[in-house]
Design a protein around this ligand. Structure first.
Ligand SMILES: O=C(O)c1cc(C(=O)O)c2c(n1)C(=O)C(=O)c1cc(C(=O)O)[nH]c1-2
Length: 254
């Protein structure tokens, strides 16, 4: 009779993926779920939106825009490293704007640029600022994203911003489509996207480097992918609400 007892073996923990494998997986998720594939965006790029439909998008997307600095402030409060906070706070300034120092010119910020985009598309800033007419589905999606960043770990909250890896290319497509198909929008309105392309690339690179540094285990990496998937779904749901409202005539913009 054997005197040794075989201790139950724990299943071997899967090895972490390499950074390249994590990125490959992010790209695979985006290829299926990022909102560049959403029917509303496809209609926009093909020049098939009416003025009312485009205005509906501008008004509803403003609800997302104005909450970005709020979610970044929630992320900022989770960062216990001074250098990281110094870097992350830039995102709030990018949207809220900043005063110029010593005679240098300040920056009106992305929220102001979005309000000008609204004006270029024939929407007064007051309806945008009032929040009236924002669709319930858009409110839910944006609230979901803000609350996700409020409650998640810093790694997950930062991972959820990684959709910005894909936003700059989409904005370049959008700028071209708007110039081609919607010449009634004053060109100044495109400024939001023109500025955001560079900012988005820089922000995505920063977030990706942090994710690679912090996601040390396979379990961490899976949480990164889940956070990223969730964020894709936020953006998709926002457009679902806009698409539904525009195709059923329940939109109320301008
Ligand atoms: O127009 C777009 O398609 C688009 C997408 C995204 C994105 O993928 O999250 C952002 C933006 N725009 C954007 O303008 C922006 O400021 C922004 C911030 C963030 C974020 O999660 O921190 N995403 C995005």
């Amino acid at each position: 009779m054997s005197t040794t007892t075989d201790a139950p073996r724990r299943p071997a923990r899967p090895l972490p993926w390499t950074p390249g494998e994590v990125e490959h997986r992010l790209r695979a998720i985006a290829a299926e779920r990022y909102h560049h594939r959403h029917p509303f965006n496809l209609r926009m790029h093909d020049g098939l939106l009416t003025r009312e439909e485009l205005r509906c998008w501008v008004l509803n997307r403003f609800h997302y825009q104005r909450h970005i600095p709020i979610k970044d402030a929630l992320i900022l409060a989770k960062l216990d490293d001074r250098d990281l906070r110094r870097s992350w706070i830039r995102r709030i300034h990018d949207h809220d704007g900043r005063d110029g120092d010593d005679g240098e010119q300040g920056d009106a910020g992305g929220i102001e640029r979005w309000l000008r985009l609204g004006e270029a598309a024939g929407l007064d800033r007051m309806p945008l600022l009032s929040g009236e007419g924002v669709l319930p589905g858009v409110r839910f999606a944006v609230e979901g994203y803000v609350n996700f960043c409020r409650l998640a770990t810093p790694l997950e909250a930062i991972a959820s911003s990684l959709t910005e890896l894909f936003a700059p290319d989409l904005m370049v497509t959008r700028i071209g489509a708007w110039e081609r198909h919607y010449p009634w929008i004053e060109p100044e309105g495109l400024r939001y996207f023109q500025v955001r392309v560079q900012q988005g690339r820089r922000d995505a690179d920063e977030a990706l480097a942090l994710v690679h540094r912090w996601a040390e285990t396979r379990a961490d990496q899976e949480r990164v992918l889940a956070a990223f998937t969730y964020k894709c779904d936020v953006l998709w749901s926002l457009l679902d609400a806009v698409e539904h409202a525009t195709t059923t005539g329940s939109a109320d913009a301008g």
